[in-house]
Design a protein around this ligand. Structure first.
Ligand code: NAP
Ligand code: ZN
Length: 385
């Protein structure tokens, strides 16, 4: 920097450095420079998503800039846009949701080693963590106390909040960027970044495999991935659905049995028989009905995140030494492992590709369990806004 006067500014690639001389000492504030990107955001919990422009930081040395090609619609996007998790994770407005991102690298910072312009890559639910806490050291960045979510987290670079994938581009530290298998349809890969890893991770953790009887509750975005993974891991898979019209699809997706949950006789037949049940339901429901289907030492893992607390009678767990567990997405290394597994076993989400202009309609359909089985937004549609 040539000038050492108070307030002197020097712009290097991607950062503005401001130097102030105070009491003989020089202090430096590093502020990334930004560029404008098209996006869809909601201005309040009652507002629909609408076209807008946001600031993204210019890539700094460890950053990868990505042109977003597809972004899946997760039910968490809807919970967040409508501030349904206000008690645990209040929404900051405007919100740009989206954490199932696939795209093409456009630029990389000077210190990036894993990616180059033109690579097909993906970003999931996290864009940063402290990388030094015990959880980060165990590759469990999702449980880092300083983890940055892809949207609605404090943006450590720009201030304000992070903006997600309903946008034409995103800039992410290379550690949180994933490599895509080259053989898969990318519209169907996008949902793997949340629905995929959220089901893969607990199923792996709790040993789902050959000889195990596994239940999947709710056949939506997460549920249909759980069926595909359960099948790929060699388990016997039973689907529990409130939607009779999904029965045939459940078999096609890989289920061995399908129970329409309004039929209590069918439910009774399965009492005490499951090793593992993954509950993906997004709304309040009776989990006790499913705990009672577990055998001795059986495990029910909640990944669905209804806003209201769920009732759990103690005796349902005590009798049979049953476990009730939870799970959140997965770490970066495990997400890469899941993507590689999907490449090898040809696993993708079943998607309905929509233009961004249909996003509000898609949210209404999601609320009616009317999605087969994930919406994937074709981001080329944003160019016309
Ligand atoms: P989704 O596509 O809307 O699927 C949810 C499914 O739950 C529906 O398709 C429906 O399946 C069933 N369902 C909905 N309302 C119900 C009700 N009142 N009673 C019983 N079943 C009902 O949602 P998703 O994207 O898969 O997400 C599911 C949940 O997981 C959401 O709460 C989301 O926020 C959460 N999530 C958690 C994590 C995590 O890390 N833990 C990650 C992503 C998402 P049927 O038609 O088959 O009954
Ligand atoms: Zn999600």
């Amino acid at each position: 920097m040539s000038s050492r006067e108070k307030g002197a500014r020097c712009i290097t690639r991607g950062v503005t450095i401001t130097c102030d001389i105070q009491s003989g000492a020089t202090s430096f504030t590093v502020q990334p420079t930004t560029y404008k990107a098209k996006a869809y955001s909601a201005a309040s919990e009652e507002s629909p998503l609408a076209s807008t422009t946001i600031a993204r930081r210019d890539p700094t040395e460890r950053d990868v800039q990505i042109e977003i090609l597809f972004c899946g619609i997760c039910h968490s996007d809807l919970h967040s846009v409508r501030n349904e998790w206000s008690e645990f994770m209040a929404t900051n407005y405007p919100i740009v949701p989206g954490h199932e991102i696939v795209g093409r690298v456009t630029t990389v910072g000077s210190a990036v080693t894993k990616y180059k312009a033109g690579d097909l890559v993906a970003v999931g639910c996290m864009v940063d963590s402290d990388r030094s806490c015990p959880n980060c050291k165990r590759d469990l960045e999702q449980f880092c106390p300083n983890m940055t979510l892809t949207f609605n987290s404090l943006d450590k670079h720009l201030g304000g909040v992070t903006y997600g994938g309903y946008s034409e581009s995103i800039v992410v530290d290379e550690h949180f960027v994933l490599r895509l298998p080259s053989n898969l349809n990318i519209a169907g890969v996008a949902p793997l970044l949340c629905a995929g890893i959220t089901t893969y991770s607990p199923m792996r953790h709790w040993g789902v495999g050959k000889g195990k009887k596994v239940g999947v509750v709710g056949l939506g975005g997460l549920g249909h991935m759980a069926v595909k993974f359960g099948r790929a891991f060699g388990a016997h898979v039973a689907v529990f659905t409130t939607s009779p019209n999904k029965k045939e699809d459940a078999f096609r997706l890989g289920a061995d049995e399908v129970v329409v949950t309004r039929n209590s006789d069918e439910m009774k037949k399965h009492a005490g028989s499951f090793d593992f049940i993954i509950d993906t339901v997004s709304a309040n429901h009776d989990i006790n009905a499913y705990i009672n289907l577990l055998g001795v030492d059986g495990n029910l893992t909640l990944v669905g995140a209804p806003a209201e607390p769920l009732d759990v009678p103690a005796f349902s767990l005590i009798m049979g030494r049953r476990r009730l567990a939870g799970s959140a997405i997965g770490g970066i290394a495990e997400t890469q492992e899941m993507l590689d597994f999907c490449g090898k076993h040809n696993v993708t989400a079943d998607v309905e590709v929509i233009p961004i202009q249909k996003v509000n309609e898609a949210y209404e359909r999601l609320l009616k369990s009317d999605v087969k089985y994930r919406f994937s937004i074709d981001m080329a549609s944003l160019k016309s806004e």
